[in-house]
Design a protein around this ligand. Structure first.
Ligand SMILES: [Zn+2]
Length: 375
């Protein structure tokens, strides 16, 4: 490994740590990352000069009183502004945020069935947000776009509109900044990598927009030759059922246990529309009507997870999505995983309760600009 590479790795580790803890003194950083004080001083001075980090308390008298070593260092929120665009088949959301992930503006509107109309509306709303905040579109750090469904980083291939749509070309006509397009779940895995500096894990998200997975190996997000790596929601669970309109397979996981399906079932059962949290409240309260159905959902999900892990051997498994806010659903999932396999022996399971649906779009740009790439 070259010296430059080692240095960049160390700087990345410091950045990851500051993203995780929000702010820390040089002493704490050195201790927690096992770096010598002198090395840390050198690296943090470089990061300060590059304006990637800053002292969180800027008052002169504080610096004089406590000395610079005791001051907290943190990610510099003024490094630049980032636009995030989150598109699924129902809704488009635009956010304005800074590199420390604080959101300044958020605006949502229905996604149009006509893709051209939808993208024009998106562009107009981005411009409105920039204008409102007196920002020049060419002074943005970048635009991170997350999509539901399949993308090759240029186009939405399926999942939002009826046909493939070249999103990259559309936006690069208007904005001369870095534009990064990614599937929402993969972007979420990138966010997870930034916040927790995890090198190897699988990330699965089970939420309103669908069920998907991402695989991070040696700090790299893996794509596969068709961008379909860990296409978790679309493995066949029951071949006797209908073809899924997205993956063209019969009875895939998403087509059986999507949140939409759960809501439909509950509506039939209770005679009115219920939100997921209301359904889970009934499940938590051991409402017999829904209990068996949700338990079966946990079972089906667990079968899919065990099967995925029999092909992809990774220790750390991160599960995310509103449905896991129910401790009972978590426990039910663990119960089936352990009952049907030797899960505990090989895997480490983590539930991510804070559901991040918008920030991952910002994480795409943060990863690109705040962290050092391998040479
Ligand atoms: Zn499918």
């Amino acid at each position: 490994m070259s010296l430059q590479r080692i240095k960049n790795n160390n700087k990345n580790t410091i950045l990851h740590y500051l993203y995780k803890v929000k702010g820390a003194s040089k002493k704490d950083i050195a201790k927690n990352l096992k770096l010598s004080q002198s090395l840390l001083t050198k690296l943090s001075t470089e990061l300060l000069n590059e304006k990637k980090i800053m002292y969180l308390e800027k008052k002169e008298e504080e610096i004089q009183r406590r000395g610079p070593k005791e001051l907290l260092l943190g990610i510099n929120p003024e490094y630049g502004y980032i636009i995030g665009v989150i598109i699924n088949h129902i809704e488009t959301t635009i956010i304005l945020a800074n590199p420390s992930f604080s959101v300044k503006e958020i605006y949502s509107f229905p996604t149009e069935k006509d893709w051209n109309l939808s993208l024009i509306k998106t562009k107009e709303n981005i411009d409105n947000i920039l204008k409102k905040n007196s920002l020049d579109k060419n002074n943005l750090l970048g635009i991170g776009i997350t999509l539901k469904g399949l993308t090759d980083g240029i186009s939405s291939l399926y999942g939002i509109w009826k046909e493939p749509v070249n999103i990259f070309d559309f936006f690069s006509k208007y904005y001369r900044v870095k534009i990064i397009i990614e599937n929402g779940i993969r972007a979420n895995a990138i966010l997870e990598k930034i916040l927790f500096d995890s090198n190897d894990f699988i990330f699965i998200k089970y939420f309103e927009a669908g069920i998907g997975g991402a695989l991070v190996k040696n700090s790299h997000l893996l794509y596969g030759e068709n961008n379909l790596m860990l296409d978790f929601g679309h493995m066949i669970m029951n071949p006797d059922l209908e073809k899924c309109s997205l993956c063209q397979k019969n009875g895939c996981l998403e087509s059986i246990i999507s949140i939409e399906k759960i809501k439909k079932y509950a509506q039939n059962l209770y005679g009115r529309k219920l939100e997921l949290y209301e359904i889970m409240q009934k499940f938590n309260a051991e409402d017999g009507k829904i209990e068996y159905f949700i338990k079966d959902i946990a079972k089906t999900f667990s079968i899919a997870l065990i099967n995925a892990l029999s092909i992809i051997d990774v220790k750390k498994v991160k599960l995310s999505g509103e449905i896991f806010k129910s401790l009972k659903f978590q426990n039910q999932t663990i119960f089936f995983l352990e009952k049907m396999s030797n899960f505990k022996e090989y895997r480490e399971l983590e539930f991510l309760i804070e559901e991040e649906n918008f920030i991952p779009a910002i994480a795409l740009i943060v990863e690109n600009f705040m962290f050092y790439k391998e040479d």
